[in-house]
Design a protein around this ligand. Sequence first.
Ligand code: FES
Length: 321
Amino acid sequence: MEQVIFRIQRFNPDAGDKEPHFQDYVLTDDDLPLNESTVLDALNHIKWYQDDTLAHRMSCRSAICGSCAMRVNGHTKLVCRTQVSSVVRDGVVTIQPMRNMPIIKDLVVDMKMFWDKMQAVEPYLQPSDPDPEKERRQDPAVFKQYEFEATCIMCGCCVSDCTVLEVDDAFLGPAALAKAKRFVYDDRDGKKRERLQKLSGPGGIWDCVRCNECVQSCPVVVRPMDAIIKLREAALREGIGTETVGARHVKFFTESVVKTGVLDERELPMKAMGMGWALANMGTALPAILKGKIKPPPLGRHKVEKAEDVQRIYKELEEKK
Ligand code: FES
């Protein structure tokens, strides 16, 4: 790599910018050894030697503090641990601020929404016996159930890449839900049921569409989507939220596959959303089917050979649980 173009999104409302725009900066090996540099090294070099109006955040430079999260070629990363050589495409690296949060300036976003959502899940231990003097030891085996979520560095990468937050800002989002799981699975906490009840409501665990973006963007090992699935399991085990659309979807999905070996897509929307929803949406579905925009559901059920094998696998899994 002799030179790399860093295509950086700029936006400064205080200077009268109405819309973000891109600005290119060229760095060569004479500026800094590009093969051995991180994207943060490049940003610092640009700011210190080419354009001191560029705004970006950083602190630890060691993937610990979480302040340098931004989008590189469309995906959110900690730039202090992202090598330029791993992201350069045809000589260009595109850098933008995190998504789903308002931009303050250039690559700096306002994370108030992130902290509000985190606060909403009450991210602190609430023991049944609130004696402040009492030592509350944790059994290592129980800690193992939430050790990954406990490693969150609050960088916001998962929130930036969340596809639900893109369209629904009422969703609690992957970071806050992963934090909630950390407390639901902590047996020293006395608010498990209350937490699960709240998390099963609108904007909660059933609104995740399981796109896996948060798992891919998390720079540590939190795996927020898996945490959300674990919260769903905990809620259903406690008999909470069983009548939500998401819970009915999961229930019918399982029943259908276990019974017939295949998902019955004709019945799924009605079982999950209810007959009222199905009738109300006939007006949209019918013209779409007639114009060939969507396929009509098959009339007969697809037969699966050896469907009893699926039942056997399911039974074995249930016994293992
Ligand atoms: S600067 Fe601290 S995580 Fe990147």
